[in-house]
Design a binder for this molecule. Structure first.
Ligand code: C5P
Length: 297
């Protein structure tokens, strides 16, 4: 039996523009992805002389442990195509908030694809692996790269960028579920502005810098804030204690914030609406992401 323990990191959308509707019901995006230190932990047990069966046990976090689970679906997709002579069992410890816009499920799926490649002698080409990632979900391909990346298409066409400085970032998750499809469905007429110049420079190969100095916005944020007042309250409270910038990740419900001066979890929690989860994390360079995926112990 082969056993592998992995960190499955979360992401932020430092910038997210919706630039068009697509015939397949999705939207055309331009988004700047960034991995962060917050992670789930996956333990993979591979048994030889199997038939490509996949089972999963999930600890914490309200994630289904059946065929809807994206980590299990990734395992099945991989083994069916490339290594049906193995069975896989996954133990998933959830820490990334579910429905937060932090890409937890997508990250879990990509981590399984990467781990199976590592363990089974890379039978899939990088192109085929990315195609399977894309079929599993629009956010999955990014997690094969990590670090900072520019994404277009459904958010699944990835251009890895140079690293930004690693920096502390705060994550505030209000007790509300924001359905992604609903937020996209409420988008009005699109007025497409050019991306902010600091991001254009980065995409064109410019040097990195501080994450909190990048200009950016999220086109989904006004819609989510309009329909979920608690998100507005969180944003107002964060700005009042000096956070800048404050932004929604994906379609929410997690908001992320940067502080210039020291802040404690207790002090911040006391200023926020009841039931918010507060976590301190860090942005993660590509090198840290790649080095951190495998847990050696
Ligand atoms: O990729 P995911 O399954 O999380 O997307 C959930 C929903 O969000 C999609 O069914 C679609 O309605 C919307 N979406 C979109 N355009 C994207 C990504 C998601 O319209 N690029």
């Amino acid at each position: 039996m082969k056993i592998l323990r992995c960190r499955s990191y979360a992401k932020l959308n430092l910038h997210l523009q919706v630039v068009g509707a697509r015939p397949d019901g999705y939207h055309e995006l331009q988004t700047l992805f960034q991995t962060i230190e917050l992670h789930d932990t996956l333990t993979l047990r591979l048994r030889p002389e199997g038939t490509g069966r996949v089972s999963i046990v999930v600890e914490g976090g309200g994630v289904p442990a059946d065929e809807r689970n994206l980590a299990a679906r990734a395992g099945r997709a991989y083994l069916n195509r490339w290594s049906p002579q193995w069975d896989l069992h996954i133990d998933l410890e959830k820490r990334i908030p579910v429905g937060g816009g932090l890409g937890g499920g997508s990250s879990n799926a990509a981590t399984v694809l990467w781990a199976l490649q590592e363990q089974l002698g890379s039978p899939a080409s990088p192109e085929d692996l990315e195609a399977v990632a894309r079929e599993l979900g629009a956010d999955v391909p990014f997690f094969l790269y990590g670090g900072t990346a520019w994404a277009t298409g459904r958010g699944d066409v990835i251009k890895p960028l140079g690293d930004l400085d690693e920096q502390e970032v705060w994550l505030i998750t209000p007790p509300v579920e924001v359905p992604t499809a609903e937020v996209f469905g409420r988008l009005g007429e699109l007025t497409v502005q050019p991306a902010p110049s600091s991001i254009v420079r980065l995409v064109q190969g410019g040097a990195g810098g501080r994450v909190d100095r990048l200009e950016g916005w999220n086109d989904l944020e006004p819609i989510a804030l309009q329909h979920y007042p608690v998100l507005r309250d969180v944003r107002t409270a964060l700005l009042a204690v000096g956070a800048a910038p404050v932004r929604l990740s994906g379609s929410g419900a997690t908001l992320f914030a940067f502080f210039r001066s020291p802040m404690s979890v207790e002090a911040l929690s006391g200023r926020l609406p009841v039931g918010c989860r507060v976590a301190r994390s860090r942005t993660l360079s590509r090198a840290s992401f790649l080095a951190g995926r495998l847990i050696d112990d």
